[in-house]
Design a protein around this ligand. Structure first.
Ligand code: XIL
Length: 435
């Protein structure tokens, strides 16, 4: 069994590293300037960052990243003025490549690998002293253009194994957790085992999942091997069915001794949808009973069906983060949460033209803790509150009081989040002696 993230990175070390990076990221750059200029009382850097609050509680918090946007050279030289780079360095103690480690990015031709963007992310994370999630080794999407003409029943097994050996092998020892198989369950495809009909299933057979995990375990024995899926959060009929089939898959894999240590719950939520509840909580606990950790791998909150301007959107998004992270992070086997992007400037929800992301009023979505101008949204405060409430601080972040619960409705104007260093920590309870 692989070590846990927190045992390999002792909590003390996590706190130390986070504080060092947070201090390095307490920058007089555009981010800080923007914060001051806008007159926001909310402090988000250094000890007030999501990173510092998470690390103080032994949690990993972070975001999906596009390595092409990172000023790695500047970070290395210690003189970056790039606000996005500073934001990721300052707010995350774990990152994941949004696209750079997918087949389509890594495999320009059947024989060649292009590791440049993925290597760039690894270099950034090493400089910023962050853990890295690998995403992903086997998926039915983001396959290269040559896939359909080159891959056959005869060579599919070999190609899958060689891909995993090469990619997971390259980053051996450097990855916190690998999404070994992504989105392999789809009840609507009608198979009794719940598996999605994908090229891998059709060309390798249903044991492709087991094969992928076995291969990854040899290639990188230190990484937590993860099964990752979406639409398993809610108590709707469809999502309850899918969640049940994912759990069945996980139990089958465990019963067969397949090396799997975690399940990723993507958590692409909708602001106008029902909130996740008892079904997900049961799932987290059932996963725990078979020895699995659970990671929140891709959280964002879609407001495409929510009427109203940015104030209404922000309050709804913040409420979903508060309720959702408040629920899941309180579970002891949920030590990791990532959002899918960190600013709405780069969110996939603002890039796609799909009807399930486009708002009728044409407005941009604000699904993440920072907005298009890299200013904190009310969701920032909700995330930090949820982190603070999740478990006791191992070591309190210096100068920063825990963030009290926030009513998202009160957050937008004035833009004020309690819990900044100006708010004194609660007085210690008076000692109660025997009466
Ligand atoms: C998305 C990326 O965000 C986009 O940039 C890309 O065009 C498509 O894929 N589930 C996943 C992620 O596991 O890999 C997806 O990422 C979002 C849904």
């Amino acid at each position: 069994m692989a070590e846990t993230g927190t045992s390999r990175w002792t909590r003390r070390k996590l706190v130390k590293v986070s504080l060092a990076a947070a201090a390095a990221a307490a920058l007089p750059g555009p981010l800080r300037a923007a914060e001051a200029d806008a007159g926001f009382p909310m402090r988000v850097n250094g000890p007030d960052s999501l990173r510092a609050h998470a690390a103080a509680r032994g949690l990993l918090f972070g975001s999906a990243v596009n390595p092409a946007l990172l000023d790695v050279e500047g970070l290395e030289a210690g003189n970056t003025i790039d606000a996005y780079t500073q934001l990721i360095a300052g707010q995350a103690n774990i990152v994941v490549a949004e696209d750079a480690m997918k087949w389509a990015a890594l495999r320009p031709t059947p024989l060649a690998f292009d590791f440049a963007p993925a290597d760039r992310l690894m270099r950034f994370a090493a400089l910023a002293q962050q853990r890295v999630r690998g995403h992903n080794l086997c998926w039915h999407q983001a396959l290269p253009a040559w896939f359909n003409t080159v891959v056959t029943r005869e060579n599919a097994r070999r190609l899958l194994v060689e891909h995993i050996q090469t990619v997971a092998g390259r980053y051996r020892g450097q990855i916190h957790s690998w999404d070994v198989v992504n989105e392999a369950v789809e009840p609507m495809d009608g198979r009794p085992d719940g598996l999605r009909k994908t090229p891998w299933l059709e060309m390798v057979g249903p044991d492709y999942i087991e094969l992928a995990f076995q291969t990854a375990a040899v290639a990188d024995p230190g990484a937590k091997l993860t099964y990752n899926d979406y639409d398993i959060e809610l108590d709707t009929l469809e999502q309850s069915m899918k969640r049940g089939q994912v759990l069945m898959l996980l139990r089958r894999l465990k019963a067969r001794g397949v090396p799997i240590q975690a399940v990723g719950v993507q958590s692409h939520l909708k602001a106008d949808g029902p909130e996740p509840g008892a079904g997900l909580l049961t799932f987290l606990r059932e996963a725990g009973k078979i020895g699995l950790e659970v990671y929140i791998t891709e959280m964002d909150v879609n407001t495409c069906r929510l009427e109203g301007g940015p104030i209404v959107q922000d309050a709804a998004v913040a409420r979903v983060y508060r309720d959702y992270l408040g629920m899941v992070l309180a579970e002891p086997n949920v030590p990791v949460a990532l959002t899918w992007g960190i600013t709405s400037a780069h969110s996939w929800l603002n890039q796609s033209k799909e009807p399930w992301v486009r708002r009728a009023d044409g407005a941009r979505q604000r699904p993440l803790p920072f907005d298009d101008d890299l200013r904190p949204t009310p969701a920032f405060g909700s995330i930090r509150s949820a982190i603070d409430a999740a478990r006791p601080a191992v070591q309190a972040a210096p100068t920063s009081a825990p963030t009290p619960a926030i009513d998202p409705g009160s957050l937008y104007q004035p833009f004020s989040v309690p819990g900044s260093p100006t708010v004194p920590p609660p007085a210690p309870a008076a000692p109660t002696g025997p009466s």
